[in-house]
Design a protein around this ligand. Sequence first.
Ligand SMILES: Nc1ncnc2c1ncn2[C@@H]1O[C@H](COP(=O)(O)OP(=O)(O)OP(=O)(O)O)[C@@H](O)[C@H]1O
Length: 625
Amino acid sequence: MPRTDSFFSTISAKKPRPDGKPALTVRERFSALRNLPAFLRLIWQTSPGLTLGNVALRLLRAALPVAMLYVGQLILDAVVQLSRLPAPERALTPVLSLVALEFGLAILSDALGRGVALLDSLLGDLFANQSSVRLMQHAAELDLDQFEDSNFYDKLERARRQTLSRTVLMAQVLSQAQDAITMGFLAVGLVAFNPWLLLLLLVAVVPAFLGESHFNERSYSLVHGWTPERRELDYLRQTGASDETAKEVKIFGLSGFLIDRFRQLSDEFYRQNKSLVIKRAGWGTFFAAVGAAGYYAAYVYIISQAVYGRVSIGQLTFLAGSFARMRGLLEGILSRFSSVAEGALYLQDFFEFFQLQPRIRRDESRAVRPFPRPIRQGFTFENVGFKYRTAEKWALRNLSFELQAGEKLALVGENGAGKTTLVKLLARLYDPTEGRILLDGHDLREYDPQELRQEIGVIFQDFVRFQLPAGQNLAVGRIEEKGNQPRIEQAAQQSLADSVIAKLPQGYEQMIGRRFNGGVDLSGGEWQKIALGRAYMRDAQLLILDEPTAALDARAEYEVFQRFKELTQGKTAVLISHRFSTVRMADRILVIENGQFQEIGSHEQLLTRNGRYAELFRLQAAGYQ
Ligand SMILES: Nc1ncnc2c1ncn2[C@@H]1O[C@H](COP(=O)(O)OP(=O)(O)OP(=O)(O)O)[C@@H](O)[C@H]1O
């Protein structure tokens, strides 16, 4: 049998958690309970009606156990009394009516129990749905660089896992209140008989409570500390078996490598968890025995009182029944209390995610500057520098140039030069680390970022291949117009996606991508034409194409850009391409190298200048000879 002193020493000492951090103290654990009021508020907001109904049914149900025990006592006492009467005087009717009453109470208790379970499950489903929606809404508000931080993913992952298990916590908190009320009723009878029995009860169950609470914390720590590895496990599972990766996994024979890593991680988690659950089971058995000993001590005492005639047989069953029920309830309340405390620790993760705030957002403290329609002067980069949060190196530095209104500017530079970063700064996906960007003479930060993004259409090189019907895949460029078929078709014509869609069996209704039933996959170039169509769905004043044509054949790219030039007459545009045949169509070309400004000018000017652009241009031209 395990020794209790070693158990208590594990409670008091700050044993390191599996993630290397010290274990939470009892006080820290309990302080997580302060998250409960906010949690209960969320439940109430989910559905006031269902919450009220749930509480009302539970209140009613809380009173039933004591009522049933009491009726049980009356029945037994009546039977004993009747049995003492001479046979002819005995009548069954008064006992039968008591039995009928108990029967009625039993049926009511069962019905109420089912009602509570029903409301719990309805409320739980609604709560899980609403939490998921809140999670998606909040994630959508956050900044791009928050998504690029692995700590953020850990928080998101923990919050995501919370949405379902929180419904269990909700039922637990409500059951807790219900059982506490039942206990209150039962305690009245027990205290009236002998208050020491209540104390005995506490002594019998408190060790079990402490044990539960200790092991709950250990398992929370294990799960919490393993969040990054669990994300990796999910990633490995998905990479090992998904349509997107199957091609390379097969060609490179990666499945063994992925499975080995998965096995290594999952075995380690299994090992750590196994040792915890074994310890938990051992201690649990021991504490259950302590609880049972307390119960039997009380039982012997009550029996002795009955034997010496100080209580009736009916009272004996009432008291023994009350004690047994109270022990069950108290054990339940205490162990639930520690799992509620554990749930509250998880809630902390949930609320922490919602506390993350975006930095790029409308400044509520001052009036936002109305977005210029049309843009008059254009964008000015003033000594702009940018460093990614996780990077050592500056992605852009000391960048000053103007993007004039109505101008078509091409960005040229080698891989990693900083072209995409520049575009992301224009769209305010990030703010410059140094310097500033002006729009018509005012800092970009003075405008509402939402409005700015509405006025900008960007198609990135790594555009998303939405697993949606073809028409909707174009409409994502302006999702409010998803029902406007003529507009979608026009965008498709402009981006040359119309000929791709014409070949699809169900045209604009055709599901594309292989993930869903009946989906048809497209070639890289065909996907690009669809993605390009999104740019034409917008009424944007600034259009940015970040190499969305890399997979197009040379003729298609030439055609796409010719059209782009015609269709965006008078609009400001930024193009990124590694093909100089495309680049030369721009009014001016900005050359960036290692995040620094190199030169700017028209194709002819830059060739005459004979600098970096001329060198790169000749290099590519030589390749075609
Ligand atoms: N999210 C990120 N976090 C950290 N560093 C990044 C991130 N995105 C880009 N970088 C780094 O910033 C630099 C500039 O990248 P950027 O994507 O702007 O280059 P690019 O000129 O568009 O290159 P390419 O022609 O290959 O598309 C590179 O050194 C890159 O490694």
